[in-house]
Ligand binder design. Structure first.
Ligand code: MLT
Ligand code: MN
Ligand code: ZN
Length: 306
């Protein structure tokens, strides 16, 4: 399985347009050792020809241009065979609306995520300009599904959606009831080799279902949004703890690194990293702690073959 990180930052990217935190300021001024990042999305492929995107970020145009394997191979063509949505947050979905140029799209998501995106959303009409412009393939929790491109073309990859503690997208709070389908992770399996990738960009808590999804994975992508619970409040940016935003912090006795110590996956990678997270600084003690624990920080353009 080929994997390419298209974007590695949380919503807003790094730097974020209205943020003057030490990281964003330092990046703009060139005074810290860090690189900019676009919003989280990962491309995967079994054969290098047909690709699937994990989430559709608002930076999708730049991200496609940044990776020649996603470029058209004919006057009207895209090697992107399908797009998987892990939840309905704008940083995961907005990219769909930006792919409105008369191209059939196949979208894999739970029915809850689909409804949150298509219902009461007049902008969705831009993806209904011809029949079958958008085809939704509904993921049921815990059921393995083959990823199939347009025209029934098999991809060699299968996916299982795993329920993960998360939250409703901000725009659906108070609008629709919470549901276990609102936030999922993906367990992707390559049929030929049996290699497995577990993709969990938003994790509020490490539950038995989360552990099961990680079990036996060759490569793991995990929620790396916040270093600590009080990261945003300490910077006087937002008066909310990481846990209230359904992101388990990386550090601390109950953080994700401690909870998942000893995870045997060959590659363990933090993704969806918020602009405030000190691990973004390559020479920080926090980054050293991540590395010492056997984890990596995702960066845009990171590639691997499983
Ligand atoms: C999140 O990851 O928590 C969301 O992207 C936040 C948001 O939608 O503003
Ligand atoms: Mn997000
Ligand atoms: Zn910032």
């Amino acid at each position: 399985m080929l994997i390419r990180v298209l974007g590695s930052a949380a919503g807003g990217g790094f730097p974020q347009w209205n943020c003057g935190c030490p990281n964003c300021r330092g990046l703009r001024e060139g005074t810290i050792s860090a690189v900019s990042r676009t919003q989280e999305s990962v491309a995967i492929s079994a054969d290098g020809d047909d690709w699937f995107l994990l989430n559709a970020s608002p930076d999708i145009h730049r991200q496609i241009e940044s990776f020649p394997r996603l470029h058209p191979r004919g006057p009207r063509h895209s090697p992107i065979r399908g797009i998987l949505l892990s939840n309905g947050d704008l940083d995961h979905c907005l990219g769909l609306l930006l792919l409105r140029e008369f191209h059939p799209l196949i979208v894999y998501a739970t029915d809850h995520v689909r409804r949150g995106f298509v219902e009461d959303n007049v902008l969705y009409r831009t993806l209904q300009r011809f029949p079958e412009q958008a085809t939704w393939r509904i993921l049921k929790l815990g059921r393995e599904e083959e990823l199939v491109g347009e025209g029934g073309h098999p991809s060699g990859l299968s996916v299982e959606a795993v329920p993960v503690p998360g939250k409703l997208p901000v725009h659906l709070e108070g609008w629709t009831p919470a549901d276990p389908e609102q936030n999922v992770g993906f367990r992707i399996r390559e049929r030929g080799t049996g290699r497995a990738l577990t993709y969990l960009p938003a994790v509020g808590q490490v539950t038995p279902a989360v552990r099961q999804a990680l079990d036996g994975a060759d490569c793991v992508f995990l929620d790396g949004t916040f270093w600590s619970s009080d990261e945003l409040s300490a910077l006087k940016l937002v008066n909310k703890r990481a846990e209230e935003m359904a992101h388990l912090p990386v550090s601390g006795g109950t953080g994700s690194l401690a909870a998942l110590a000893g995870l045997p996956a060959r590659r363990r990678i933090l993704i969806h990293i918020n602009n405030t997270n000190p691990l973004l600084r390559e020479d920080s003690p926090e980054r050293r702690a991540v590395t010492a624990a056997g984890w990596e920080a995702a960066h845009d353009g990171m590639e691997m073959e499983l």
